[in-house]
Design a protein around this ligand. Structure first.
Ligand code: SF4
Length: 366
């Protein structure tokens, strides 16, 4: 299949591995920011085929994983209301809250719908004026434009029965937080290509300059990931720190300007709590004042819900790259995809799920 097979070519991959081996002389720790990249790395065994000196650290770029438990509990409280039709992408349905998940509420008669676009939820609100229709709008800069379009569409249609539970997070502040952390070992980043296809690359230049860290915009297929690693290692070995775009077929420096215009209209920057990491200042979006009437958190008065994270789950350390998933004592024992203790096991993009799915069961002492 064009654009897939050509970026999975084993011969070209072999040459890239050779190049990386040839230029690597010292240990380097590189973080792939995105969960999609983590899955590509683990699925293809890329981390095992790299020279021993190169460690890949799995970053926090999985939207389900970093959504706070507290927000899941707020979603569950809204979804359990008899007057609500709760719409979500499928991956959120199994994410456990403190005591249940959306599937359980659905099995008890809750009106929970899996949709493929937030605009589907707007359509349901149009068709069912007697219902309160809520869309669960989480994710990084990639999913935000469609959510913003849904809000604009709901306003245009004059819908008073549509709202959104919003928890958008932003990659650049997370990179800052990782570099500011005293325990961080990250020396270079593979930035998430799809995020940059929306936002462009201009936000990353200041991070490169401030932290003197190479950032290479990288795609998701095996050759994309290998090329990103090759370029990052080349910079590290040369003592350089530059912003480099290894995903030029999808990413331009300015990014998607019409999408950015919509985002600026609908959202405003706010502090956000990241699951397992904590509050990162100015690291997310919420609805701007004009669109606040569409905020489900206000409409259903769930702002007071407070939840403590499980002490058993170490996904915070996984998300910060401090431990590998199979260094968590619960990995593959108390915690499996069927009975997940944390979001990094439940999400298809989570690092724990990737390690489980691709058989990385060897426990290593943390
Ligand atoms: S294996 Fe399970 S308990 Fe351990 S960090 Fe991952 S999600 Fe949490």
């Amino acid at each position: 299949m064009k654009y897939l097979d050509e970026f999975r070519d084993p011969e070209l991959a072999g040459r890239l591995f050779d190049d990386i081996r040839r230029i690597t002389t010292r240990p380097w720790a590189i973080m792939e920011v995105c969960g999609g990249q983590t899955h590509s790395i683990i699925r293809n065994g890329i981390d095992q085929l790299l020279p021993d000196q190169i460690e890949l650290i799995h970053g926090p770029g999985c939207p389900v994983c970093v959504t706070p438990l507290e927000l899941i509990d707020k979603a569950l409280a809204i979804a359990a209301r008899p007057d609500v039709t709760f719409c979500s992408f499928g991956d959120m349905l199994r994410v456990p809250g403190s005591s249940q998940d959306l599937f359980k509420i659905k099995s008890e008669g809750g009106d929970i719908r899996i949709v493929y676009s937030p605009l589907d939820a707007v359509k349901i609100a149009q068709q069912r004026p007697e219902r309160q229709v809520v869309f669960f709008g989480i994710g990084f800069e990639t999913t935000a434009p469609a959510n913003a379009m849904a809000i604009l569409q709901a306003e245009r249609l004059g819908l008073t029965n549509f709202s959104m539970l919003v928890s958008h997070v932003l990659v650049p502040p997370a990179i800052s937080a990782i570099m500011e952390s005293p325990v961080s070992r990250v020396q270079g980043f593979l930035a998430a290509g799809h995020v940059c296809s929306v936002m462009g690359t201009h936000q990353y230049g200041p991070l490169v300059a401030r932290y003197h860290v190479p950032i290479v915009v990288t795609g998701f297929e095996p050759l994309d990931v290998l090329e990103g690693i090759r370029r990052t290692v080349a910079q590290l070995e040369a003592g350089e720190a530059r912003l480099d775009n290894a995903y030029a077929r999808a990413v331009s420096a300015p990014g998607n300007l019409p999408a950015q215009k919509v985002l600026a209209e609908v959202f405003e920057v706010t502090d956000r709590t990241w699951r397992g990491i904590g509050m990162i200042p100015q690291s997310g979006w919420r609805l701007s004042a004009r669109f606040r009437p569409f905020d489900a958190e206000d409409r259903f008065n769930v702002g007071h819900i407070r939840t403590e994270e499980s002490s058993l789950c170490r996904s915070g350390e996984v998300l910060q790259g401090l431990i590998k998933p199979n260094q968590c004592p619960a990995f593959g024992k108390e915690c499996t995809p069927r009975m997940p203790l944390g979001a990094t096991m439940v999400s298809s993009e989570g690092a724990c799920a990737a390690y489980y799915q691709y058989g990385r069961f060897v426990h290593v002492d943390a």
